[in-house]
Design a protein around this ligand. Structure first.
Ligand code: CU
Length: 363
């Protein structure tokens, strides 16, 4: 306890005007054995560590998309196939309207992360993930009409992009904590995944999969952000802004849309070991800039304009930290997210429920 106290006082005196740090203050983000000293598990880079501490973490995330919309209007596959023009129309064998429509998509991610604090004011983190994507489609026959030719599923799996970040302490007192998120996205995920598809003419060629099925961005991404957390008695709260700004175009001559996300949460500590949380998230994402010449098909996901939009979601979460025994200090968390609002640059698949399960341990 004394060490913690000293550490946080040192931390405070380093970057922060002295009056900001009260003698009895213990940095809330350094309080290892309170369930709510970490944000809900869906919030990344939410906390810092004290000098010399390590943390390893694993998260499993499953996201489901079901049904289509354009703007805020729901669309059936038949409506998409008869009303939306195919941007590749005019190229050999390309019909005038979209003929292949995604109906559902499931993304599963295994995320492995590490954190290390070289000083009390800086925590470094690295994260990478393994992705498994699956998309179901319906193909309509020939160049027009709504006669269904068949259904097919494409899959892609492998390493996704990785993130490196420095979390820089800006302010700390017994109630409030603020840090800067200085992140860099590394293009470790593939952008050349292929699979076979069912074309409207009945052929089943193997082609480069549309953007949504690729595993990475292909670009280095600047990921600046700012994180605030607070704690008082049984209550915790926080807010975070994070973004992904694509630095140039990738080797296939496009860049995914820039993303900006703001999230805010409140939590309640039932006892030191268990807390519950409620969180609201708003996200904006731009459409894709540029085009991969190897992605050309009468399907909405092959059109770089049909990406991005604005989304608001609500998440219900739980954090637990094992207080004693062989698993002492191990954290287990879960969070379920449901969409509240989606205004998409469509036609586009819309988000359904998502959940994350997480484990972490500090040393
Ligand atoms: Cu950590």
């Amino acid at each position: 306890m004394k060490k913690l106290l000293l550490a946080s006082i040192f931390a405070g005196s380093f970057l922060i005007p002295n009056h900001a740090v009260k003698a009895e203050s213990v940095s809330l983000s350094d309080q290892g054995l309170r369930a709510d000293s970490h944000a809900p598990i869906g919030v990344m880079q939410d906390h810092m560590h004290k000098k010399g501490d390590w943390m390893v973490s694993y998260r499993f995330m499953r996201m489901h998309m079901d049904g289509n919309r354009n703007g805020t209007d729901n669309l059936t596959p038949e409506e998409i196939a008869t009303t939306f023009p195919n941007r590749f129309s005019g190229m050999p064998g390309q019909p005038p309207t979209l003929r292949v429509v995604p109906t559902e998509m499931t993304t599963q991610m295994h995320m492995v992360g590490g954190m290390y604090a070289p000083t009390d004011n800086v925590t470094l983190m690295v994260m990478t993930h393994y992705i498994d994507r699956k998309m179901d489609h319906v193909t309509f026959q020939g160049g027009s009409g709504t006669a269904e030719l068949g259904r097919f599923t494409t899959v892609s799996q492998g390493l996704g992009d990785s993130t490196m970040a420095a979390l820089i302490r800006l302010y700390d007192d017994e109630t409030h904590h603020l840090h800067l998120n200085a992140g860099l996205g590394l293009p470790t995920g593939s952008i050349t995944e292929e699979d076979s598809v069912l074309a409207p003419n009945g052929m089943t060629p193997t082609v480069r999969l549309p953007y949504a099925m690729q595993l990475g961005s292909g670009t280095f991404d600047a990921m600046p952000g700012l994180t605030y957390t607070g704690i008082s008695g049984q209550y915790g709260w926080g807010a975070q802004y994070r973004s992904a700004i694509r630095l140039g175009r990738n080797s296939a001559d496009y860049s995914l849309g820039d993303r900006h996300m703001i999230t805010a949460w409140g939590s309640y500590l039932f006892n030191n070991a268990v807390s519950g949380s409620l969180r609201v998230t708003g996200e904006t994402e731009e459409s894709i800039d540029g085009i991969d010449d190897l992605i050309a098909a009468p399907v909405q996901t092959a059109d770089p304009d049909n990406f991005g939009g604005e989304r608001v979601s609500l998440s219900l979460g739980m954090n637990a930290v094992i207080p004693h025994g062989v698993l002492k200090g191990h954290r287990f968390s879960a969070e379920l997210t449901v969409p509240l609002y989606q205004d998409l640059n469509g036609p586009q698949l819309e988000r359904d429920n998502a959940f994350i399960l997480g484990w972490s341990k500090s040393f």
